[in-house]
Design a protein around this ligand. Structure first.
Ligand SMILES: [Zn+2]
Length: 622
């Protein structure tokens, strides 16, 4: 623990510093090695250098520390020993020798080969790399992240192009010299670079230019269809109408297309690090499945970066990246972003209205059939985010996952529908976004909020007992999901034997056969591995656990189609028997089920006005 006074004094002594020269040599990126050098101001005596641990947006202490190797500290040309703290693994203690005013610190960062995890996962291939500065930085304990500055130089492999929101001073050949920037801005401003690279100008809106930088494992990966680029431009216009102002100087989508990097999106004030499969832009199923990724990460520039729960700040004056975050309001930070990201997809033309409805049906069914909601309140999935991000899919239906994303979509839809109904269509959640996330705009800023601020913001738009509304949905357990937004919005969740187009895109992209709502089983299409079961569902009752392999279906070798057709045949009274391999043993299980195939979809409830379609309609004429 550090006292507030200590932080103030330490920050004062370090704030007048000239920018730390930081050199990152990424020419070995194809071998996943990044060479780092920095000259750290120092004064004789004890000093502690920290490696960023709590990475903004990851909501977890997942700074990729095991990937740091070859750490050498020198002062006055001589090696200075370092000693890792035996409790805080991210802290390195140094006794700075007399007469030393700066330390030469060097290490290598190894990008891991595996594609799991977030920004700590794989971020380099032979063709491209995504560079997150938190991986290449050490900072002195007590530094004020908003004021402590670095002046970065980056060398990329010959012939590679790059994109970033970090302001550039000059470029020459394959070397980029950046303008000095604070630790906060560095961690917030990744760079993407690659051999196959394309920058698309999305135009200027409210004074801010917008760009998409595509880095792919092939030239083919960069072939974004014209209608997709047009929809991205619509997205810029729609966010302008929704939020009214922008809290960035310019905005850069760093969209990486590779099957060999970790797949996720990570938000920043002025950019987003968006990573998807290589063929996402040229394969319609993949494109539809990922359509709400850019909309989600872009929304975070307002909801997550500019407006942030007080417990999710890091760096800056409130503490360094070694201060644990508190995730209890992630159902606002991520939940509202998930809702707005999905709503912006049909508003921008990235989805049709039907695709939005298919996505909503999928979310509603998943949350409504989550067994773990009987024991775990939604808020606990947020508080325990740092555990759940890294939990296996095995028994996730019982454990619950990071449900504040999908269930957030349902809750905020309910809020939007309620405001529209209570105000007879005069107000909507759009008005809340304009007031809560808008403001003056300009350069990145941080304005924190509490639960009470969210409640007050909603009350200013439409008076209601919002505190009780949220406590009921967020802090208590309920076996059923909050479907009030869908139902009051003029739609009903039903299950039938026909897969919607959105459901097909999902199964194809995720490479699964998802029979969760019939026999309570989801399998990996290619090899029959059971990804998860519905706890309390027919497969569970028949004694089938997750992570086993389906070997045969009614005596015939497993394929996804054989299994799906056998489930379909149960509707005409045919039995369903699975041979599974559990560890080294084989067992046969008769599943007591006769309902045929069942997949979720939304159907219109003609007794009520169609509010959901109004919500999905553009705010701007495109
Ligand atoms: Zn997010």
């Amino acid at each position: 623990m550090r006292s507030f006074l200590t932080i103030l004094l330490a920050a004062a002594s370090l704030s007048a510093q000239t920018a730390v020269p930081l050199r990152v040599d990424a020419t070995d990126a194809p071998r996943r090695v990044f060479h780092v050098q920095m000259s750290m101001p120092a004064k004789p005596g004890p000093m502690t250098l920290l490696y960023p641990q709590w990475i903004p947006g990851d909501h977890s202490p997942d700074g990729p520390l095991p990937q740091v190797v070859g750490l050498v500290v020198k002062g006055g040309g001589k090696t200075v020993p370092w000693k890792r703290d035996d409790v805080n693994m991210f802290a390195f203690h140094i006794d700075v020798p007399a007469g030393t005013s700066s330390l030469d610190v060097s290490f290598d960062f190894l990008s891991p080969p595996d594609t799991s995890g977030f920004a700590g996962g794989s971020s380099a291939t032979t063709e491209l790399a995504v560079l997150n500065w938190n991986q290449f930085i050490l900072y002195p304990q007590g530094a004020d992240a908003d004021r402590f500055q670095y002046q970065a130089n980056l060398k990329v492999p010959d012939g590679w192009k790059f994109g970033t929101a970090l302001p550039i001073r000059r470029e020459s050949g394959n070397e980029i010299e950046f303008q000095p920037a604070s630790l906060t801005t560095m961690v917030d401003s990744p760079v993407s670079a690659g051999k196959h690279y394309r920058t698309i100008d999305l135009g200027t809106d409210r004074g801010a230019p917008h760009f998409v930088h595509l880095a792919g494992d092939s030239d083919r990966a960069l072939e974004a269809p014209a209608e997709l680029i047009a929809a991205w431009k619509n997205l810029v216009a729609e966010t302008g109408a929704l939020f009214g102002s922008r809290h960035y100087r310019d905005y850069h989508f760093l969209l990486t297309l590779s099957d060999h990097v970790a797949h996720f999106g990570l938000e920043h004030h002025e950019s987003s690090d968006d990573r998807v499969g290589e063929r996402t832009l040229v394969d319609s199923a993949l494109r539809n499945h990922e359509a709400a990724l850019l909309t989600h990460e872009f929304t975070h520039s307002w909801n997550g970066k500019y407006r942030r729960p007080v417990g999710l700040t890091s760096g800056g004056k409130d503490g360094g990246y070694d201060v644990p975050m508190k995730g209890d309001l992630l159902w606002v930070y991520e939940g509202l972003t998930n809702y707005l990201g999905e709503v912006l997809a049909p508003r921008s033309g990235l989805w049709t209205k039907e695709q939005y409805m298919d996505s909503l049906a999928q979310t509603a069914a998943a949350m409504d059939n989550t067994y773990g909601r009987r024991w775990r309140p939604l808020e606990d999935t947020a508080v325990a985010a740092q555990l759940l991000y890294f939990a296996p899919e095995d028994y996730a239906n019982y454990r619950r996952s990071v449900d504040y994303y999908p269930e957030g979509s349902l809750i905020w839809l309910e809020v939007d529908v309620l405001i529209r109904k209570m105000s007879s269509g005069a107000k909507s959640l759009n008005d809340f976004c304009l007031a809560f996330h808008g403001g003056a705009g300009g350069a990145p800023a941080l304005k924190t909020y509490t639960f009470d601020d969210v409640v007050a913001g909603l009350n200013a738009v439409q008076p209601y007992d919002w505190a009780a509304f949220f406590r009921d949905r967020v802090q208590s357990t309920s076996p059923r999901a909050p479907l009030g937004g869908i139902e009051n919005g003029g739609w009903k969740l039903v299950y039938d034997s026909k897969r919607s187009e959105g459901w097909k895109d999902y199964e194809e992209s995720a490479k699964v056969v998802d029979l969760s709502y019939s026999i309570g089983l989801k399998v990996k299409d290619d090899d029959g591995t059971v990804a998860d079961i519905l706890y309390g569902g027919p497969a569970k009752t028949a004694g089938i656990p997750p992570s086993v392999k389906v070997i045969a279906v009614n005596g015939r070798q497993y394929t996804g189609t054989v299994l799906r057709e056998a489930v379909e045949a149960t509707a005409s009274g045919k039995p369903l028997e699975l041979l599974i391999k559990n560890g080294e043993y084989f067992t046969t299980h008769r599943i007591q089920y006769s309902g045929g195939e069942r997949y979720p979809r939304l159907v219109r409830d003609e007794s009520k006005p169609d509010v959901v379609s109004q919500i999905a309609s553009p705010m701007v004429r495109h």
